[in-house]
Design a binder for this molecule. Structure first.
Ligand SMILES: [Zn+2]
Length: 277
């Protein structure tokens, strides 16, 4: 699933619709709508202006006049902004997978597609959005997040640090790929219980998480299969991964063969026995 850098890239591209008024809305695949009927969604979107676009954890958020449209792109969710075309055939490029299509008053159209429809979409009033956001942990790239506060948020658990790092209630936006990379960069054993690490470990880990997420944003995300930026391009961070997807290959730091396990959280964890003690 797209993690923080991929959703951040989508949101930056979506910034192009800031200030645009939605003329008409069409829901073509209602099964990703979570708390709203297609009819209500269309009614709320029609005539609304996109005031701002932001990201919270792995969610893209469109701030409308008095509602928040929250979209969590699943494995295959993607946005595109294009000039409106009136005579498009339904079988044209990706058209069949459109979930939501917004025709903007300025002549453009914003489409959200989701081939496998593992994504989710919510329409929330301000109080609902505040409650939604409150259930998620701090944003790792928020400069006001200190190593002490980060340690506080995660170290109360006895679970493996990798699992805790990916727990959205404790820290926002980190999934399997970036957890693997950050733990390698910080030299931490992914299976170490979170409560066994000290503040110095957490300082190193937070610095690694930030550096890697920022580098991945700069590279417009990691494309392993489906993820595309708002302009339809793959990201580039897959070329900079040091452990994820490299099991059996030599560690880039010490040359030891990288090991893989599914024992921590049933997902693949790739690590270096020597560098991550
Ligand atoms: Zn190594």
């Amino acid at each position: 699933m797209p993690e923080l850098p991929e959703v951040e890239t989508m949101v930056r591209d979506l910034g192009a619709v800031r200030g645009a008024r939605i003329e008409t809305a069409r829901v073509l695949r209602p099964d990703v709508l979570k708390n709203v009927t297609p009819r209500t969604l269309v009614r709320r979107l029609t005539g609304a202006t996109v005031r701002a676009v932001s990201r919270r954890a792995k969610n893209a958020v469109l701030h409308l006049d008095d509602r928040y449209l929250v979209i969590q792109p699943g494995m295959t969710g993607s946005f595109s902004i294009a000039p409106r075309q009136r005579h498009r055939r339904p079988d044209e490029e990706g058209e069949a997978y459109i979930v939501l299509r917004l025709s903007l008053a300025d002549g453009r159209a914003l489409a959200y597609r989701d081939v496998r429809r593992l994504g989710r979409m919510y329409l929330l009033p301000p109080a609902g959005y505040a409650a939604f956001s409150d259930r998620i942990g701090p944003e790792p790239l928020d400069p006001s997040l200190t190593a002490e506060a980060f340690a506080e948020a995660v170290r109360s658990s006895r679970q493996a640090i990798k699992k805790v790092l990916m727990d959205q209630r404790r820290l926002a936006g980190v999934g399997n790929i970036y957890a693997n990379e950050a733990l390698f960069a910080a030299g931490l054993d992914p299976s170490a219980p979170a409560d066994r690490l000290d503040v110095e470990d957490y300082r190193r880990l937070l610095a690694a998480v930030r550096r890697i997420l920022q580098a991945a944003i700069d590279a417009e995300g990691t494309t392993l299969r489906d993820y595309r930026t708002g302009s339809g391009q793959p990201g580039n961070f897959q070329f900079d991964l040091l452990v994820y997807g490299r099991e059996g290959q030599p560690c880039r730091v010490c040359g030891t063969r990288l090991a893989a396990t599914h024992a921590i959280d049933a997902r693949v964890t790739v690590f270096c026995h020597r560098c991550q003690r």
